[in-house]
Design a protein around this ligand. Sequence first.
Ligand code: FEO
Ligand code: CA
Ligand code: CA
Ligand code: CA
Length: 681
Amino acid sequence: MPHTPPHLVIDLGEGDEPQSNHSGNRHFSDILDASLSRRSALKGGLGASIAALFGGMGLSGCASTGGGSGGSLLGFTAVPVSSADTVVVPKGYKVQTFVPWGTPISGHMPAFDPLKNTGADQAHQVGSHHDGMHFFPIEGRDPYSGSSSEGLLVMNHEYVEPRFMHASAVGQKLSSSAVPALVNGKRPADECRKEIHAHGVSVVHVRKGSNQQWEVVQDRLNRRITGSTPMVLSGPVRGTDFVKTKYSPDGTRVRGTLNNCAHGVTPWNTYMMAEENWAGYFVNQVSATGRTREQIRYGVRSNESKPATSRYGWELADDGSEEFTRFNVTARGADATQDYRNEANGFGWMVEFDPFNPDSTPVKRTALGRFAHEGVVFQPGVEGKPVVCYSGDDATNEYIYKFVSKGVFQKARGIANGELLDEGTLYVAKFNEDGTGSWLPLVFGQGPLTPFSFRSQADVLVNTRLAADRLGATRMDRPEWGAIDPRTGQVYFTLTNNSGRTAADKANPREKNRWGHIIRWTEMGNDPAATSFQWDIFLLAGPQNDSRFAGQALTQDQMFNSPDGLWFDKDGRLWIQTDISESAMNQGDYAQFGNNQMLCADPRTNELKRFLVGPMGQEITGVITTPDGRTMFVNVQHPGASTSADDFAAGKLNGTWPNMGRYGRSATLVITKEDGGVIGT
Ligand code: FEO
Ligand code: CA
Ligand code: CA
Ligand code: CA
């Protein structure tokens, strides 16, 4: 009888993405001293000084929701670190736990029962592993203005923990990434379906009730987009040989979106979901070198992986249907239209949809490139100007990208502005040692992107990482979220950590960067479409003996590591969320940081304070307020994930927050001030 591994144990480790950049691009190891000294010379006035140097962009004209001019934006008392299984917020704030995984929102409104719910039930319930999120005011006209008491809460569901989802898992030794034991080498099809349906996006009509508690409104706008929802491709890759499959012989359609980490909100009021660590969901049953280059450079598994299955083994579903076998991307048919060899090429994109139309088909915008998109952040839409957005590739030593549309934004066109994302120039960032930077265009036929190395622009886009390698882009310490300061136009990006860095450089100044940092830049002339910029390091995260912010070490009230989520509110508060891997959290010298948390900074005054600490085992990710700034939504992802396999088997859980059922559940926090004030004041 052939030996079957009892469990698929897929240890993705910190950040869930294996290193797959083996290009020789130089790291920025020499850059820190210059950037930090430039920074301390400018002290707190850096933003203003850069603004003066590059076009004098002043305060934006948007109405303030608090803080006043010149005063402190941060009126709360910092909270201490915590390792308790609870949510900690400052005095004077309160928290409601909202829309946990499994909350029924549509269809037959199936009540949550983690051991009994089917795949069909999950398609009508809030997904798992809440991540990037936006509150769309119910009027549906503008993403940042309108009602502050009713809207569509739209959120990503990054991945799943199968052990918390199935009756078959009870009593088995399962780590957070393992699936229950195979039966005759197969997985029950409905377990696979349930996991696929727990991925994707939830659209939930929400409203503040008369008791000030937020509630779900039963409404036809409520919607689940999942790992099996039909979608279309647009942009240069649409219809090319790269994406022809048995499901879509003309290369125009794809089933589903996966591993949606952070998100983006377009100036025309649509939502974008990022496909981050999608590569591991596929397996090509050939040798490592037998894979295509668009599989190798992204880490699609081969039969040399141990075990040689996809992340969750969906291709092993026992009903053998193509809904599942498509995750096996081995070439088996006569040509690409007879099998799923190209299925993985349909992933790695930014996907746009209109949350106000429940029948809208999500669109994979291929002009924005294919990589481990953490998310996307847009510059404000300016009438008659190109649309500009930024996206980080979250894997060790990968790059930061910018897209500039060819056409221009016209507010009156509404969602038709989405077509702007189909034609334009994708750039990759090069951070020079002297504090300047360049945007290098990924355009077929230009520079090294010749017909000798690429066949077409579609080839450049499907192989975005390879093209960026050839241009000599700067290898970064795992780019996560970006955010744009409404007062200066400066762009900030988190670089979460990079234990794989062997040589530092000025933009990534630590070898084996365990703690992460935040970098920022100003576009030349304050023109978002510029091809050069000026950058510096905003903050080096870490413990008190190894961190730097405004020329000082971080204090007890400030110290954190592994920055990930990042968002500016409209007053200019910078909200920073952390994602210490659950395997490191509260261990060794990570213990001093406690559980994952959220901090708030004012880059103008160089204030920084810890605002919130989450429960055990989780990461804090996803943050948005209502337009009035008085209700904040924050996501708690994978509570209880630090439960060991042995403890899970014994029924001992390391964290059960929010104590709404048998296991921990990802959920949204609704944070308000007891005095009804603006969050952060
Ligand atoms: Fe899914 Fe890069 O965090
Ligand atoms: Ca994570
Ligand atoms: Ca992360
Ligand atoms: Ca993230």
